[in-house]
Design a protein around this ligand. Sequence first.
Ligand code: SF4
Ligand code: SF4
Length: 445
Amino acid sequence: MVFKYYKSSGIIYWIDRISRKSQTAILSRTVGPAWINLNSVCPTTNQIWPAMEYTTVCDTMNVSRSCSYKNFIVNCCSIIIHMPDVRVLEPFATPRTKLGFLLDWRVTMKCNYDCSYCSGHDNKQSHPDKELCENMLAQALRYVDRVMKVKKKAMRSVTLNIYGGEALYHPDIEYLLEKSSELYDQYRDRWALIRMLTTNASSNEKRWANVLKHLEYVQFSYHAEGPGKLKENYLRNLSTTHKSGKRYGGIIMMYPKYWQESIYMSRFMQKKGYNIHPKLIDGDLGKYSEEQLLDLKEFWPQLHDDLIAKIKDGKVISKGRACCGNRLMCVNRDFKNPVKFVPQEGNNYTGYHCSANQFFLMADSHTQNFYTNKDCHVTMNGDRGPIATQETMDDYINDIERKLATDSNLFLKCVQETCTCGMCAPKARSRDDLIDVMRIYNSQT
Ligand code: SF4
Ligand code: SF4
């Protein structure tokens, strides 16, 4: 057993023991134990803490010395925190980073591309009827409005993510976007809405111009595997959007099989000053050679040679998970030491009280169901599945409205072991702790 103390940000951490079996270094800190997984990647230097290259604590520390001790300690303890000791998890709330409501609206499963690495489309399905989509959006906005009633004024903001498959491939997408403007009109004075289209942007010029009128943000994705003509449309639509001053961002999926094109496009975006950046692919198709990873140093200077050596020809395995919106998170109300990653291993939220129902809704026009969100399928009844169908949603909204009118502390009781999308919604082991956190967001009833 080796004890070594390090002081950082006023908190004392010490290495308790290193386990070769689980390949972790167990740390202790003033608020409880934590562990570093020695295969994990340091977010500051992108170094991997080695699994088997240590013999003593000092060897382990040497590896990270280039991070500086402060970053090492802060990041180690920030990355992996022993889940049973997390009583409360919440986003690091500041006036600029407040947590708004995310409404996901899937309008179709079909896509005009057929990317090998994509599990989010199914071209054997037909497009949902436009009336059905419209009705589900109306219901979703009504649900959001009921939730907004209990929020403090400064917290009333909503992002509507419109996606597929490929949303633009839905033959009635222009009609649906026009309807989104009309349907939002009645709520305009009560809360702010940002409509964001997640898209391969492959539509023709006329459709694109029309679509832009009804959006506040575009999230572009470039897929090298797509048909040439459609990729030309993407470039034209991106250029138009960039010049128009509309807010946008995006990614180039760095598909190893289409490497030259992916790299060429990354350089092109950089040269043009577009807000589009390379992104590695997850899963089995996301295996990169050393040469390919070296190419990426051009865009990510922090991509260290050691890291390249570790991840070449294999998958980048992340043992921890960051919030999808890249938010900092606070554990046990420790606002002085917000963290970026929360571990997947040992991350069991079953039994936690969770406010995901007050921050998320997914309207899936393909299945005609509503869910808490695309990953969180926990319902108010304490099971997993849709929270309502298109037929039952009106009754569900009325019921939620009645309950919220007497008590704004209406939460889910988690029955999932892992939490992925939904992690940023405040949650706590005890209901009283969650009520305390929710004072930031809600006017209490
Ligand atoms: S463009 Fe997007 S939705 Fe379509 S197949 Fe490719 S990854 Fe999937
Ligand atoms: S899985 Fe859902 S209910 Fe459970 S903690 Fe995550 S967001 Fe909350």
